[in-house]
Design a binder for this molecule. Sequence first.
Ligand SMILES: Nc1ncnc2c1ncn2[C@@H]1O[C@H](COP(=O)(O)OP(=O)(O)OP(=O)(O)O)[C@@H](O)[C@H]1O
Ligand SMILES: [Mg+2]
Ligand SMILES: [Zn+2]
Length: 274
Amino acid sequence: MLPGFQTGYVFAVVFLGTLELPHRHRHPVFETGASGINFSGKGGVGKSMTSAMMAVSMRRKGYKVGVLDADITGPSIPKLFGVHGPAMGTEDGINPVESHTGIKIMSINLLLEDEEAPVVWRGPVIAGAVKQFWQEVIWDDVDFLFVDMPPGTGDVPLTVFQTLPVDGIIIVSSPQELVGMIVGKAVQMAEMMKVPILGIVENMSYVLCPDCGKHINVFGDSHVDETGKKYHLPVLAKMPLNPEFAKEADAGMIETFAGDYLDGAADAVAKLLK
Ligand SMILES: Nc1ncnc2c1ncn2[C@@H]1O[C@H](COP(=O)(O)OP(=O)(O)OP(=O)(O)O)[C@@H](O)[C@H]1O
Ligand SMILES: [Mg+2]
Ligand SMILES: [Zn+2]
């Protein structure tokens, strides 16, 4: 068996906004305290949570799923699944590490001896690692591979689109972002790369009131529906900001999280196989 990817579909999960802070200068998205939830700090928009949860949702539907963590300088996929390296190399290539439910994962964190060690490689080396994750990892018969992209539009997204046969792009946004601008950029990129956009996932869309179940739009009104209409793109899901979700993910237990926020999005992806 040759390494690499034999069959199946590949999706890149992207965010093309400007508001993300660089790595290692992040604050938690919310802090619970006496005053309730405080949104002062801001981390990523939730690409990794979306990539991981898409994989979980597809796996729950019985598909064979993989996640390629293309974020070399800020890998977060292994932590969400609670998996550790080292990934084992064989004559045929590198075996991905399998999660509790059998999701195949490759990430720089699974290859480095010290998971905490910062990766300070230069752009071309980083791009090389992403290429290897595609060409030298034994993905075998994965039906759907989700690629968790780093923030921004640097070398890595370019490498991903030039090296991997990406079948679709999933855009992640949040109500705090200028979603029109993000989607506009993504549409341009998609046209350039000749890759279709599958749709938009709005993360941190609302908070569910623990007392009455009401959806509270903590970030103000969402513009994702109008933006979707404008660009003829489906809104695949609206994920709430849920401290429990963050807690489970933080503990490496995203697979046992009960929420099914991306079930509909997973159905949209699954349709491609039929
Ligand atoms: N729906 C949500 N509910 C609660 N917490 C969330 C939610 N989405 C994301 N988070 C939290 O926000 C933080 C950032 O999420 P995530 O790592 O997925 O963002 P990202 O876009 O991948 O960031 P990066 O740019 O670092 O790759 C994480 O700590 C995560 O636990
Ligand atoms: Mg991430
Ligand atoms: Zn209420």
